[in-house]
Design a protein around this ligand. Structure first.
Ligand code: DGL
Length: 272
């Protein structure tokens, strides 16, 4: 049956970043096949308007739906922040974004009830993390900051040393963590690659929350609740689709996935 238990998990992102979410899914649900779509022709989403990111997200989702998927994970924080309601309306399968799982994980971790969130300009401006954190814990105090330079640093592989440290000091200083903030949500696909330097800058009293791990956990729960999880080991398939030529995706993506990528296919999207 199409879109049933034996179908794959669809995952999309603006580019390579969502491979950090795919990695968490592969670790948490090793029996599940996956189809990953990186919209490498249109990346970045983090600096674009909500309206445009929603149109791109719908095109990604419809392309993946053709691949017989049983659930869709919106790995991109920016797309999750602005396009989730539209995606849920249009797709007849469960759609899981990264924002609510990340916010719920942060609400569990914080002892002081004061949480900071970092993400792209689009994610922070949308207010989606702020809203999800308030739902998870109404008395929560939320501080936010956009950290756009972390994205190219992670893609360049500049994750250690003076340059990322100085950038992190600049972004994570000046009030973001004032007044007992004890939890920092990494609200962007790229930031887990910079977690060592971010942790070094914020110090040990602040716990980092990686939305990718929380999202994989949420996906596992949704599949179980809907009787959609694969129960026996069947051959696992990994498909990678991209909208630009694949060379850079394969090179940079291997670092995000933590293992070599075995080929990606270029497709065209029908963006309305
Ligand atoms: N994937 C995006 C996110 O998590 C970061 C890269 C971009 O701006 O497209 O928000």
């Amino acid at each position: 049956m199409r879109h049933g238990r034996h179908a794959a998990i669809g995952v999309f992102d603006s580019g390579v970043g969502g491979l950090t979410v795919l990695k968490a899914i592969m670790d948490r649900l090793p029996l599940e096949s996956t189809v990953y779509l990186g919209d490498t022709a249109r990346v970045p989403y983090g600096t674009k308007s909500g309206e445009v990111v929603t149109r791109y997200s719908l095109a990604n989702a419809h392309a993946l739906f053709e691949y017989d998927i049983k659930a869709l994970v919106v790995a991109c924080n920016t797309a999750s922040a602005v396009a989730l309601p539209a995606l849920e309306r249009e797709l007849p399968i469960p759609v899981i974004g990264v924002i609510i799982p990340g916010a719920e994980a942060a609400a569990k971790v914080t002892r002081t009830g004061k949480v900071a969130v970092i993400g792209t300009p689009g994610t922070i401006a949308s207010g989606a993390y702020q809203a999800a954190l308030k739902v998870a814990a109404p008395s929560m105090e939320v501080h936010t900051r956009a950290c756009p330079l972390f994205v190219p640093l992670a893609e360049e592989g500049w994750t250690e040393g003076d340059v990322p440290r100085l950038v992190a000091e600049k972004y994570l200083g000046a009030g973001l963590l004032d007044g007992d903030v004890d939890t920092l949500v990494l609200g962007c696909t790229h930031y887990p690659l910079l977690s060592s330097i971010i942790q070094a800058v914020v110090g040990p009293r602040v716990t980092l929350v990686d939305s990718a791990i929380a999202t994989a956990e949420r996906l596992a729960t949704v599949l179980r609740e809907r009787d959609l999880e694969r129960l026996e080991p069947t051959p696992v398939e990994r498909h990678y689709l991209v909208t630009d030529t694949p060379a850079r995706f394969l090179e940079v993506g291997a670092r995000f996935l933590g293992q070599p990528l075995s080929g990606a296919r270029q497709i065209d999207l029908h963006v309305k």
